[in-house]
Design a protein around this ligand. Structure first.
Ligand code: ADP
Ligand code: CIR
Length: 357
Protein backbone atom coordinates (compact mmCIF):
# COMPACT_ATOMS: atom_id res chain seq x y z
CA UNK A 1 0.00 0.00 0.00
CA UNK A 2 0.95 3.59 0.65
CA UNK A 3 4.67 4.21 0.84
CA UNK A 4 6.49 6.44 3.26
CA UNK A 5 9.49 8.46 2.16
CA UNK A 6 7.84 9.51 -1.09
CA UNK A 7 8.04 13.07 -2.39
CA UNK A 8 5.36 15.44 -1.12
CA UNK A 9 2.89 17.07 -3.47
CA UNK A 10 4.91 20.32 -3.32
CA UNK A 11 8.16 18.53 -4.17
CA UNK A 12 6.44 16.85 -7.13
CA UNK A 13 5.01 20.17 -8.35
CA UNK A 14 8.46 21.69 -8.12
CA UNK A 15 9.90 18.87 -10.26
CA UNK A 16 7.20 19.39 -12.87
CA UNK A 17 7.84 23.15 -12.94
CA UNK A 18 11.59 22.63 -13.42
CA UNK A 19 11.96 19.62 -15.72
CA UNK A 20 15.55 18.62 -16.54
CA UNK A 21 14.73 18.63 -20.26
CA UNK A 22 11.75 19.80 -22.31
CA UNK A 23 8.49 18.31 -21.04
CA UNK A 24 5.61 17.59 -23.42
CA UNK A 25 3.31 15.51 -21.23
CA UNK A 26 -0.43 16.05 -20.99
CA UNK A 27 0.11 16.52 -17.25
CA UNK A 28 2.46 19.44 -17.82
CA UNK A 29 0.10 20.91 -20.39
CA UNK A 30 -3.03 20.76 -18.23
CA UNK A 31 -1.93 21.09 -14.59
CA UNK A 32 -1.86 24.85 -14.16
CA UNK A 33 -0.94 26.65 -10.93
CA UNK A 34 -4.65 27.43 -10.42
CA UNK A 35 -5.67 23.77 -10.78
CA UNK A 36 -2.79 22.63 -8.57
CA UNK A 37 -3.90 25.00 -5.80
CA UNK A 38 -7.51 23.88 -6.21
CA UNK A 39 -6.74 20.12 -6.05
CA UNK A 40 -3.70 19.84 -3.79
CA UNK A 41 -5.69 18.97 -0.65
CA UNK A 42 -8.47 16.95 -2.30
CA UNK A 43 -8.86 13.30 -1.37
CA UNK A 44 -11.07 10.43 -2.58
CA UNK A 45 -12.92 8.07 -0.27
CA UNK A 46 -10.27 5.45 -1.13
CA UNK A 47 -7.65 7.84 0.31
CA UNK A 48 -6.34 8.82 -3.12
CA UNK A 49 -4.55 12.19 -3.32
CA UNK A 50 -3.27 14.45 -6.07
CA UNK A 51 0.28 13.21 -5.48
CA UNK A 52 -0.83 9.63 -6.22
CA UNK A 53 -2.20 10.78 -9.59
CA UNK A 54 0.74 12.93 -10.70
CA UNK A 55 3.80 11.22 -9.16
CA UNK A 56 4.75 9.29 -12.30
CA UNK A 57 4.53 12.32 -14.58
CA UNK A 58 6.44 14.57 -12.16
CA UNK A 59 9.25 12.06 -11.64
CA UNK A 60 9.33 11.10 -15.34
CA UNK A 61 8.99 14.38 -17.20
CA UNK A 62 9.48 12.48 -20.48
CA UNK A 63 5.99 10.93 -19.96
CA UNK A 64 3.49 11.17 -22.78
CA UNK A 65 0.48 11.33 -20.47
CA UNK A 66 1.98 11.60 -16.97
CA UNK A 67 -1.22 10.99 -14.99
CA UNK A 68 -2.80 7.93 -13.38
CA UNK A 69 -6.06 7.71 -11.39
CA UNK A 70 -5.43 6.73 -7.78
CA UNK A 71 -8.79 4.89 -7.73
CA UNK A 72 -12.18 4.95 -9.54
CA UNK A 73 -13.31 8.01 -7.57
CA UNK A 74 -10.30 10.03 -8.72
CA UNK A 75 -12.13 10.47 -12.03
CA UNK A 76 -14.63 12.60 -10.08
CA UNK A 77 -12.47 14.18 -7.37
CA UNK A 78 -9.71 15.20 -9.77
CA UNK A 79 -12.00 15.73 -12.78
CA UNK A 80 -10.76 19.27 -13.54
CA UNK A 81 -7.34 17.79 -14.34
CA UNK A 82 -8.29 14.30 -15.53
CA UNK A 83 -11.11 15.40 -17.87
CA UNK A 84 -8.74 17.74 -19.71
CA UNK A 85 -6.15 14.97 -20.08
CA UNK A 86 -8.77 12.44 -21.24
CA UNK A 87 -10.21 14.77 -23.89
CA UNK A 88 -6.78 15.63 -25.17
CA UNK A 89 -5.52 12.04 -25.34
CA UNK A 90 -8.64 10.55 -26.98
CA UNK A 91 -9.29 13.60 -29.18
CA UNK A 92 -12.88 14.21 -28.03
CA UNK A 93 -14.60 17.45 -27.03
CA UNK A 94 -17.21 15.85 -24.75
CA UNK A 95 -16.98 12.90 -22.38
CA UNK A 96 -19.94 10.95 -23.69
CA UNK A 97 -18.50 7.51 -24.33
CA UNK A 98 -21.10 5.23 -26.00
CA UNK A 99 -22.45 1.99 -24.52
CA UNK A 100 -20.33 -1.09 -25.34
CA UNK A 101 -20.89 -2.43 -28.87
CA UNK A 102 -18.74 -5.33 -29.98
CA UNK A 103 -20.50 -5.66 -33.32
CA UNK A 104 -22.06 -8.90 -34.54
CA UNK A 105 -19.10 -11.28 -34.32
CA UNK A 106 -20.89 -13.80 -36.55
CA UNK A 107 -21.00 -11.27 -39.39
CA UNK A 108 -17.51 -9.78 -39.35
CA UNK A 109 -15.77 -9.54 -42.70
CA UNK A 110 -12.21 -8.44 -42.07
CA UNK A 111 -10.50 -11.86 -41.78
CA UNK A 112 -6.73 -11.74 -42.31
CA UNK A 113 -5.08 -8.31 -42.60
CA UNK A 114 -2.05 -9.81 -44.37
CA UNK A 115 -3.07 -12.77 -46.55
CA UNK A 116 0.48 -12.90 -48.00
CA UNK A 117 1.73 -13.68 -44.50
CA UNK A 118 4.92 -11.71 -45.18
CA UNK A 119 4.47 -8.65 -43.00
CA UNK A 120 2.38 -9.39 -39.92
CA UNK A 121 4.13 -11.57 -37.35
CA UNK A 122 1.29 -11.72 -34.81
CA UNK A 123 -1.97 -10.07 -33.78
CA UNK A 124 -3.19 -9.25 -30.28
CA UNK A 125 -6.25 -7.52 -28.81
CA UNK A 126 -6.57 -6.67 -25.14
CA UNK A 127 -9.02 -4.95 -22.82
CA UNK A 128 -8.64 -3.90 -19.19
CA UNK A 129 -11.17 -4.30 -16.40
CA UNK A 130 -11.24 -3.12 -12.77
CA UNK A 131 -13.09 -4.63 -9.82
CA UNK A 132 -15.55 -1.91 -8.87
CA UNK A 133 -14.98 -2.13 -5.11
CA UNK A 134 -11.20 -1.66 -5.07
CA UNK A 135 -8.87 1.26 -5.66
CA UNK A 136 -5.97 1.32 -8.10
CA UNK A 137 -2.30 0.52 -7.28
CA UNK A 138 -1.34 3.65 -5.28
CA UNK A 139 -4.03 3.01 -2.63
CA UNK A 140 -4.06 -0.79 -2.59
CA UNK A 141 -2.77 -2.85 0.31
CA UNK A 142 -1.10 -6.24 0.02
CA UNK A 143 -4.28 -7.79 1.46
CA UNK A 144 -6.41 -6.09 -1.24
CA UNK A 145 -4.21 -7.56 -3.95
CA UNK A 146 -4.42 -11.05 -2.49
CA UNK A 147 -8.23 -10.80 -2.17
CA UNK A 148 -8.62 -9.55 -5.73
CA UNK A 149 -6.41 -12.31 -7.04
CA UNK A 150 -8.56 -14.90 -5.26
CA UNK A 151 -11.84 -13.49 -6.66
CA UNK A 152 -10.41 -13.26 -10.15
CA UNK A 153 -9.05 -16.79 -10.18
CA UNK A 154 -12.40 -18.17 -8.98
CA UNK A 155 -14.08 -16.55 -11.99
CA UNK A 156 -11.36 -17.65 -14.42
CA UNK A 157 -11.71 -21.26 -13.31
CA UNK A 158 -15.29 -21.27 -14.64
CA UNK A 159 -14.20 -20.63 -18.23
CA UNK A 160 -14.90 -23.41 -20.69
CA UNK A 161 -13.99 -24.66 -24.16
CA UNK A 162 -11.22 -22.79 -25.93
CA UNK A 163 -10.98 -20.32 -23.03
CA UNK A 164 -10.36 -22.97 -20.37
CA UNK A 165 -6.94 -22.57 -18.81
CA UNK A 166 -4.67 -22.54 -15.77
CA UNK A 167 -3.60 -19.74 -13.42
CA UNK A 168 0.13 -19.32 -12.72
CA UNK A 169 0.91 -16.93 -9.84
CA UNK A 170 4.15 -14.94 -10.17
CA UNK A 171 5.03 -15.88 -6.62
CA UNK A 172 6.88 -19.15 -6.94
CA UNK A 173 7.36 -18.97 -10.72
CA UNK A 174 11.02 -19.51 -11.63
CA UNK A 175 13.00 -16.61 -13.10
CA UNK A 176 13.66 -18.69 -16.24
CA UNK A 177 9.95 -19.31 -16.83
CA UNK A 178 9.18 -15.62 -16.28
CA UNK A 179 11.91 -14.59 -18.67
CA UNK A 180 10.81 -17.01 -21.38
CA UNK A 181 7.12 -16.05 -21.11
CA UNK A 182 8.08 -12.36 -21.27
CA UNK A 183 10.38 -12.78 -24.29
CA UNK A 184 7.60 -14.67 -26.07
CA UNK A 185 5.31 -11.63 -25.47
CA UNK A 186 2.91 -13.42 -23.12
CA UNK A 187 3.89 -12.12 -19.67
CA UNK A 188 4.49 -8.70 -18.10
CA UNK A 189 7.41 -7.76 -15.87
CA UNK A 190 8.30 -4.98 -13.41
CA UNK A 191 10.56 -2.94 -15.67
CA UNK A 192 8.40 0.08 -16.66
CA UNK A 193 9.68 3.12 -14.73
CA UNK A 194 6.46 5.07 -15.43
CA UNK A 195 4.30 2.37 -13.88
CA UNK A 196 6.79 1.86 -11.05
CA UNK A 197 6.63 5.54 -10.06
CA UNK A 198 2.83 5.34 -10.08
CA UNK A 199 2.92 2.55 -7.48
CA UNK A 200 2.21 -0.17 -10.02
CA UNK A 201 4.85 -2.50 -8.54
CA UNK A 202 4.08 -2.02 -4.85
CA UNK A 203 4.27 -5.37 -3.02
CA UNK A 204 5.59 -7.02 -6.20
CA UNK A 205 5.09 -9.91 -7.01
CA UNK A 206 2.33 -10.64 -4.49
CA UNK A 207 -1.13 -10.97 -6.00
CA UNK A 208 0.14 -10.96 -9.57
CA UNK A 209 -0.11 -13.78 -12.06
CA UNK A 210 -1.11 -14.99 -15.48
CA UNK A 211 -3.86 -17.30 -16.70
CA UNK A 212 -3.74 -18.96 -20.11
CA UNK A 213 -5.22 -21.73 -22.21
CA UNK A 214 -3.09 -24.58 -23.56
CA UNK A 215 -2.15 -22.93 -26.85
CA UNK A 216 -1.67 -19.47 -25.26
CA UNK A 217 -4.25 -17.76 -27.47
CA UNK A 218 -6.28 -16.48 -24.52
CA UNK A 219 -4.52 -14.97 -21.51
CA UNK A 220 -5.46 -12.93 -18.47
CA UNK A 221 -3.03 -10.69 -16.59
CA UNK A 222 -3.89 -10.37 -12.92
CA UNK A 223 -2.85 -7.20 -11.07
CA UNK A 224 -0.41 -5.85 -13.61
CA UNK A 225 -1.26 -2.18 -14.39
CA UNK A 226 -4.99 -2.94 -14.19
CA UNK A 227 -6.75 -5.42 -11.94
CA UNK A 228 -7.47 -7.51 -15.01
CA UNK A 229 -6.32 -7.53 -18.61
CA UNK A 230 -7.99 -9.97 -21.02
CA UNK A 231 -5.80 -10.80 -24.01
CA UNK A 232 -6.42 -12.74 -27.21
CA UNK A 233 -3.46 -13.32 -29.51
CA UNK A 234 -2.05 -15.58 -32.19
CA UNK A 235 0.59 -15.74 -34.90
CA UNK A 236 -0.25 -14.15 -38.25
CA UNK A 237 -2.74 -11.46 -39.18
CA UNK A 238 -6.18 -12.95 -38.58
CA UNK A 239 -7.70 -10.09 -36.62
CA UNK A 240 -11.20 -11.53 -36.99
CA UNK A 241 -10.32 -14.75 -35.14
CA UNK A 242 -8.41 -12.87 -32.44
CA UNK A 243 -11.17 -10.32 -31.84
CA UNK A 244 -13.98 -12.92 -31.89
CA UNK A 245 -12.19 -14.96 -29.23
CA UNK A 246 -11.75 -11.88 -27.05
CA UNK A 247 -15.42 -10.87 -27.31
CA UNK A 248 -16.46 -14.38 -26.23
CA UNK A 249 -14.12 -14.15 -23.25
CA UNK A 250 -15.42 -10.72 -22.20
CA UNK A 251 -19.01 -11.95 -22.34
CA UNK A 252 -18.17 -15.11 -20.37
CA UNK A 253 -16.29 -13.17 -17.68
CA UNK A 254 -18.96 -10.49 -17.32
CA UNK A 255 -21.41 -13.30 -16.56
CA UNK A 256 -19.15 -15.01 -14.05
CA UNK A 257 -19.96 -13.05 -10.89
CA UNK A 258 -17.35 -10.29 -11.21
CA UNK A 259 -18.51 -6.66 -11.20
CA UNK A 260 -16.44 -4.18 -13.20
CA UNK A 261 -16.01 -0.44 -12.61
CA UNK A 262 -17.81 1.68 -15.22
CA UNK A 263 -18.86 5.31 -15.38
CA UNK A 264 -21.47 7.10 -17.49
CA UNK A 265 -19.63 8.99 -20.20
CA UNK A 266 -16.25 7.38 -19.46
CA UNK A 267 -17.01 3.70 -20.08
CA UNK A 268 -14.88 1.13 -18.26
CA UNK A 269 -12.52 2.64 -15.68
CA UNK A 270 -8.80 1.90 -15.76
CA UNK A 271 -5.70 3.04 -13.88
CA UNK A 272 -4.34 5.06 -16.82
CA UNK A 273 -6.69 7.60 -18.44
CA UNK A 274 -5.37 6.57 -21.86
CA UNK A 275 -7.14 3.23 -21.46
CA UNK A 276 -10.63 4.43 -20.45
CA UNK A 277 -13.75 3.73 -22.46
CA UNK A 278 -13.42 0.58 -24.52
CA UNK A 279 -10.00 -0.08 -22.89
CA UNK A 280 -9.24 -1.83 -26.16
CA UNK A 281 -5.83 -1.96 -27.78
CA UNK A 282 -5.64 -4.02 -30.96
CA UNK A 283 -2.13 -4.46 -32.28
CA UNK A 284 -0.05 -6.22 -34.88
CA UNK A 285 3.66 -6.90 -34.81
CA UNK A 286 4.50 -5.91 -38.35
CA UNK A 287 7.68 -5.76 -40.47
CA UNK A 288 7.88 -2.26 -41.90
CA UNK A 289 11.61 -1.47 -42.35
CA UNK A 290 10.96 1.12 -45.09
CA UNK A 291 8.07 3.08 -43.65
CA UNK A 292 9.57 3.10 -40.16
CA UNK A 293 12.83 4.54 -41.51
CA UNK A 294 11.00 7.40 -43.19
CA UNK A 295 11.05 10.79 -41.44
CA UNK A 296 7.26 10.98 -41.92
CA UNK A 297 6.54 7.78 -39.99
CA UNK A 298 5.24 9.48 -36.83
CA UNK A 299 3.06 11.93 -38.79
CA UNK A 300 1.75 9.07 -40.93
CA UNK A 301 0.65 7.18 -37.78
CA UNK A 302 -0.82 10.30 -36.11
CA UNK A 303 -2.98 11.02 -39.15
CA UNK A 304 -4.51 7.51 -38.94
CA UNK A 305 -4.98 7.59 -35.15
CA UNK A 306 -2.57 4.70 -34.76
CA UNK A 307 0.41 4.41 -32.45
CA UNK A 308 3.77 2.68 -33.02
CA UNK A 309 5.56 0.96 -30.14
CA UNK A 310 8.63 -1.27 -29.91
CA UNK A 311 8.11 -5.02 -29.82
CA UNK A 312 8.62 -5.56 -26.11
CA UNK A 313 5.84 -3.18 -25.17
CA UNK A 314 5.39 0.48 -24.59
CA UNK A 315 8.60 2.45 -24.07
CA UNK A 316 10.72 -0.26 -25.73
CA UNK A 317 12.62 -0.17 -29.02
CA UNK A 318 11.88 -1.82 -32.32
CA UNK A 319 13.95 -4.86 -33.37
CA UNK A 320 14.71 -5.49 -37.05
CA UNK A 321 12.12 -3.03 -38.40
CA UNK A 322 9.27 -4.84 -36.61
CA UNK A 323 6.85 -2.46 -34.88
CA UNK A 324 3.77 -2.82 -32.71
CA UNK A 325 1.03 -0.84 -34.48
CA UNK A 326 -2.26 -0.28 -32.62
CA UNK A 327 -5.30 1.98 -32.35
CA UNK A 328 -4.50 5.02 -30.21
CA UNK A 329 -8.00 6.11 -29.19
CA UNK A 330 -10.05 3.95 -26.83
CA UNK A 331 -12.71 6.40 -25.63
CA UNK A 332 -15.50 8.09 -27.58
CA UNK A 333 -15.97 5.20 -29.97
CA UNK A 334 -17.35 1.66 -29.63
CA UNK A 335 -15.25 -1.50 -29.46
CA UNK A 336 -16.07 -2.45 -33.04
CA UNK A 337 -15.23 1.09 -34.19
CA UNK A 338 -11.87 0.93 -32.38
CA UNK A 339 -11.13 -2.37 -34.16
CA UNK A 340 -12.10 -0.85 -37.51
CA UNK A 341 -9.88 2.17 -36.84
CA UNK A 342 -6.94 -0.16 -36.19
CA UNK A 343 -7.77 -2.27 -39.26
CA UNK A 344 -7.86 0.77 -41.56
CA UNK A 345 -4.58 1.99 -40.06
CA UNK A 346 -2.82 -1.35 -40.55
CA UNK A 347 -4.10 -1.62 -44.12
CA UNK A 348 -2.75 1.86 -44.86
CA UNK A 349 0.60 0.95 -43.26
CA UNK A 350 0.85 -2.17 -45.46
CA UNK A 351 -0.04 -0.20 -48.60
CA UNK A 352 2.57 2.46 -47.78
CA UNK A 353 5.30 -0.10 -47.04
CA UNK A 354 4.62 -1.77 -50.40
CA UNK A 355 4.64 1.62 -52.16
CA UNK A 356 8.05 2.43 -50.68
CA UNK A 357 9.37 -0.97 -51.81
P1 ADP B 1 -0.44 -3.20 -23.29
O1 ADP B 1 -0.79 -1.75 -23.40
O2 ADP B 1 -1.31 -4.01 -24.15
O3 ADP B 1 -0.27 -3.70 -21.92
P2 ADP B 1 2.44 -3.28 -23.92
O4 ADP B 1 2.88 -2.32 -24.97
O5 ADP B 1 2.97 -3.12 -22.55
O6 ADP B 1 0.91 -3.30 -24.01
O7 ADP B 1 2.70 -4.73 -24.41
C1 ADP B 1 2.40 -5.83 -23.64
C2 ADP B 1 3.02 -7.10 -24.21
O8 ADP B 1 2.28 -7.53 -25.33
C3 ADP B 1 4.45 -6.95 -24.68
O9 ADP B 1 5.17 -8.10 -24.30
C4 ADP B 1 4.32 -6.91 -26.18
O10 ADP B 1 5.45 -7.41 -26.83
C5 ADP B 1 3.13 -7.82 -26.41
N1 ADP B 1 2.42 -7.55 -27.65
C6 ADP B 1 1.74 -6.44 -27.99
N2 ADP B 1 1.21 -6.54 -29.22
C7 ADP B 1 1.57 -7.76 -29.69
C8 ADP B 1 1.35 -8.47 -30.91
N3 ADP B 1 0.60 -7.96 -31.90
N4 ADP B 1 1.88 -9.71 -31.02
C9 ADP B 1 2.62 -10.24 -30.03
N5 ADP B 1 2.85 -9.64 -28.87
C10 ADP B 1 2.34 -8.40 -28.68
C1 CIR C 1 3.31 7.95 -20.01
O1 CIR C 1 2.69 8.92 -19.61
O2 CIR C 1 4.10 8.00 -20.95
C2 CIR C 1 3.06 6.64 -19.30
N1 CIR C 1 2.45 6.91 -18.04
C3 CIR C 1 2.20 5.71 -20.15
C4 CIR C 1 0.94 6.34 -20.66
C5 CIR C 1 0.04 5.39 -21.43
N2 CIR C 1 0.46 5.26 -22.74
C6 CIR C 1 -0.10 5.62 -23.88
O3 CIR C 1 0.31 6.57 -24.56
N3 CIR C 1 -1.10 4.87 -24.33
Amino acid sequence: GQRTGLSSVDQLWDKLCHPPTECHSLLKKHLTQILFDQLRHAQTKFGGKLEDCIRSGCENTDSGVGVYASDPEAYTTFAPLLDAVIKDYHKVSELNHPQPDFGDVDKLDFGDLDPSGNLIVSTRVRVGRSHDSYGFPPVLTLEDRVEMEKKTVEALQKLEGELKGTYYPLTGMTKETQKQLTEDHFLFNDSDRFLRAAGGYNDWPTGRGIFFNDNKTFLVWVNEEDHLRFISMQKGGNLQEVYTRLVKAIKALEGSGLSFAKREGLGYLTFCPSNLGTTLRASVHIKIPKLSASPDFKAFCDKLNIQARGIHGEHTESVGGVYDISNKRRLGLTEIQAIQEMRRGVEAVIAEEKKLG
